[in-house]
Design a protein around this ligand. Structure first.
Ligand SMILES: *Cc1c(COP(=O)(O)O)cnc(C)c1O
Length: 228
């Protein structure tokens, strides 16, 4: 048992409830970001009702799937190399981090091989930080047009990683912009694209993200404690 996980889960869920009430928002999906934490921490969070877990590295994700015998929804949330798609394609509920046309094509090809439709999010670099992955919003029309031609990919929404900031309210503008883009795409009613999931907000800024329209938060340290 990892002491404190149950308490932190409860605290985070309470804080989320509070924001949702305050801003009249539906409860978001909470993804517990378990990267670097041991399997027992995941099992502990699971026993407190958490079902969705996110990892950012393929190798670590595969090891945990192998070791944990629970019906968990796994999410790939980090940058995905094209040559590793084949290892995870049939093991994850959702890939949050589609950041290139090349990756879209490989996910489509591997999904086709497995006879499945792969659910993905497009990662958007709203803040245009050079260090970050993700499409610029200016590229999106081309990307969306391409998605409509793919047979085995369903784009379920958008994801962003906001900058690291002292004051989470500094990120409000990015979350708001992402929401605008999301609504705009929703209105276009495109093939293979349904805007249902807006994945934004982490331990430091999930309250602001929810206030600005996020319905899927990815929370690591606030649930598991600080990483080494
Ligand atoms: C690590 C990570 C998170 C969680 O970060 P915390 O600050 O620990 O909550 C969320 N999303 C992605 C993509 C991450 O890599």
């Amino acid at each position: 048992m990892i002491r404190g996980v149950s308490m932190r889960v409860t605290e985070v869920l309470e804080q989320i409830d509070e924001v949702c009430q305050q801003y009249d928002k539906p409860k978001p999906l909470v993804i517990c970001v378990s990267k670097t934490y041991p399997c027992c921490a995941i099992e502990e969070a699971y026993s407190y009702g958490m079902n969705d877990f996110g990892e950012n590295k393929v190798q670590e994700l595969l090891e945990k799937i192998e070791q944990i015998d629970l019906p968990i929804n796994w999410h790939l949330i980090g940058h995905l190399q094209t040559n590793k798609v084949k290892y995870i394609i049939d093991k994850v509920k959702l890939i949050h981090s589609i950041d290139s046309i090349k990756l879209l094509n490989e996910v489509n090809a591997q999904a086709k091989k497995h006879g499945i439709i792969s659910n993905v999010l497009l990662q958007i670099n709203v803040s245009k930080e050079e260090s970050k992955y993700g499409f610029y919003e200016e590229e999106l029309d081309n990307v969306l047009a391409h998605v409509t031609t793919l047979t085995n990919v369903q784009v379920k929404g958008l994801m962003t990683i906001a900058p690291f900031v002292e004051n989470p309210h500094d990120n409000a503008k990015y979350f708001s912009r992402l929401y605008e883009i999301y609504v705009d795409i929703q209105k276009q009613n495109l093939d293979n694209i349904s805007m249902e999931i807006l994945s934004s907000g982490m331990s430091n800024d999930f309250k602001v993200a929810i206030e600005k329209g996020s319905n899927c938060v990815r929370i690591g340290t606030a649930i598991f404690g600080s990483r080494q």
